[in-house]
Design a protein around this ligand. Structure first.
Ligand code: F6P
Length: 318
């Protein structure tokens, strides 16, 4: 294998550039060529490649976003789209591909693998909802970005003795919300994985008032309901006047933390090395601090679960 391509797909996450750099530099280290595919699977179908030279990946290790841009591709979900992408790759002499993205992106990776193109996946998403790895690239940065914002919110919340609902991302999963709740010392966390009773929440808020807490913070995962809906329910059920903050895309931007840079560097290098020794159809994971490979389909067929320990901590420590 002499020429490897790398693409980023789905929502961007901080650390993707460090992973791209690691893939490219591992290729150079092994005297191989590396090309970047622009706009994820869209660029794969259009044959939109750029040479990833040593200088092209210089100075990107700490940059947020992705220099290769990213997209969610409808065209690639069709057999014609896949065939065209494969044809273009073969035409360009590409013999292997690293896909950096979430479990949605790995469906495309699996399709290419099944058609005979060697592919390795690298989990990059702030949601951390990919089975087969303890952390995904960008999760740690997103938690820290949210924490920074919440520390500011606490100042104003406590000055006014207010109740705040902070809505965080995570799609249908509560990993981000739970980690943020523990890190910020929130009084309550609402995650899609657990049923939510507004009556029970109101009871908890009353207890919080009895403990003479100067302010109360609820971390709400976007997959539960919109923050304004929760605000209305708390008003109707318990007469609470909550203030709402939706952190939104702020959580996806910014420079990666050192944890994410190191994770992305390890995963990118391991993915390229795995391809070069003939592996395909796998995703790289960080399990108990070690790089491992697991079948791509595990990322969507297995349901990753929230840590009961962390869930318990929010209750115990509030
Ligand atoms: O998967 C990452 C993520 O940021 C989710 O947390 C969020 O629900 C989604 O992407 C937003 O997607 P889009 O960029 O398509 O609006």
């Amino acid at each position: 294998m002499d020429r490897i391509a790398v693409l980023t797909s789905g929502g961007d996450s901080p650390g993707m550039n460090a992973a791209i750099r690691a893939v490219a530099r591992t290729c150079f280290f092994n005297d191989k060529e590396c090309v970047g595919v622009m706009r994820g699977y869209e660029g794969l179908i259009d044959g939109d490649y750029i040479p990833l030279t040593r200088s092209a990946v210089g100075g990107i290790i700490h940059r947020g976003g992705t220099i290769l841009k990213t997209a969610r591709s409808e065209r690639f979900t069709t057999p014609e789209g896949c065939q065209e992408a494969l044809r273009r790759m073969r035409e360009a002499g590409i013999e292997g591909l690293v896909v950096i993205g979430g479990d949605g992106s790995f469906h495309g990776a699996k399709a290419l693998h099944d058609m005979g193109m060697p592919v390795i996946g690298v989990p990059g998403t702030i949601d951390n909802d990919v089975a087969g790895t303890d952390e995904t690239i960008g999760f740690d940065t997103a938690v820290n970005t949210a924490l920074e914002a919440i520390i500011r919110l606490r100042d104003t919340a406590s000055s006014h003795d207010r109740l705040f609902i902070v809505e965080v991302m995570g799609r249908n999963a509560g990993f981000l919300a739970l980690e943020i709740a523990v890190a910020s010392g929130a009084e309550y966390v609402a995650v899609p994985e657990l049923p939510l009773s507004i009556g029970n929440l109101c009871q908890r808020l009353r207890l919080s008032q009895e403990k003479k807490k100067s302010h109360t913070l609820i971390i709400l995962a976007e997959g539960v309901m919109p923050a304004n809906e929760m605000k209305a329910k708390l008003q109707d059920t318990g007469g609470y006047d909550a203030r709402v903050t939706v952190l939104g895309y702020i959580q996806r931007g910014g420079s990666p933390t050192s944890f994410d840079v190191v994770l992305a560097s390890r995963m990118g290098a391991y993915a390229a090395e795995s391809l070069l020794i003939g592996k395909s159809g796998f995703m790289v994971g960080n399990v108990n601090h070690r790089m491992v490979l697991s079948p791509l389909e595990r990322s969507w067929s297995e349901h990753k679960t929230l840590s009961p320990e962390l869930l318990g901590l929010v209750d115990k420590l509030n």
